[in-house]
Design a protein around this ligand. Sequence first.
Ligand SMILES: [Zn+2]
Length: 376
Amino acid sequence: MECSRCLSNQTIQSLSLDTNNICQFCKIHDEMDKEYPLNDNSEKKLFEISKKIKKKGSKSKYDCVVGVSGGRDSTFLLYYIKKILNLRPLAVHYDNGFDSDISVSNILNICQKLDVDLETNVADWQTFKKITRSFFKAGVSDPDTPTDVGIFKTMYQTAYREKIKYVFNGHSFRTEGIEPLDWTYMDGKYIKEIYKKYGDGDLTKFDNFYISDIIKYKIISGIKTILPLNYINYSYDIVEKILKDEVNWNYYGGHHHESLLTKFVVSSYLPKKFNIDRRLTSYSAMVRSNIISKDDAKKILQEKPISEKDENNLKEYILDKLDLSQKEFENIMKMKNKNFRNFKTYYNIFKYFKIPVKTLYKLNFIPKLLYLRYFG
Ligand SMILES: [Zn+2]
């Protein structure tokens, strides 16, 4: 079973193909393409948006918050905001203890070269370690969800504190794609449930994101999300060259390998335990966007994402850091595979709120893609 257009296949449990064998993710892509068409006007639109943002932020020190990981997309986003849009961003970084050395130097280099203020939120390591370990012990496919939630919370609480009304996000549906919910699901209640069952349940030192946060940051404070990369023709080759030449940026060897935890999850844990190759999401997106041919993308996916030696070293490092023994990890690998559908989450409530959530995206409070991922 495979989509006739992109690479989506039966490794996605919720895959649904229509009579023409087109998958639901291709349809979401087309919806997004209608909202963010690429033409001579698209970048102009972005300039208009940034004009409004400048006006709104004229009394504050910063115009917007940008999350940075040292990866290509977030580094380019910061570059674009500062150099091309001429906005005054505050860069924020969530340090979960798994940053690679390259990603740290990437972050410091760009902030220094472009004279951007950087704020780093260092996660409470003991708590973060236990939460991430509980995700492995639960046998779910998204042990990097606590990281994503921490990043999310860090961006919003910083914006809130500094009275900044815009959070910029470096996602592009044309290159990054649409990750199936069954693979990666993000919600504070999900974390709470897993940590209650497989950890000690005390989340006071973790930057979790609850429904009350959505109300506080989105509805009361009106902080909006902007996704600039959806408006521009975004080519990895060109972007990497700019970043290397202008801000001393270095590549870390693979998709999402800027964090050692994510590198382990995407290149070893998920393929081995779940038969999930998350590269499929981004390569499917690039096939839909005509950036790469389907045949070429398939060839790349046949290559191992990591060498055996690198994989063994990485595994040893991660298990040691998370205080997981080899035996415990072997048991995790043999456990029944689970995902968010096996736990109590906000999804059970959200699915009855399609109309209000649609309103939120129409008002730019949440990205359209987020809406489509959950309700599309
Ligand atoms: Zn498809």
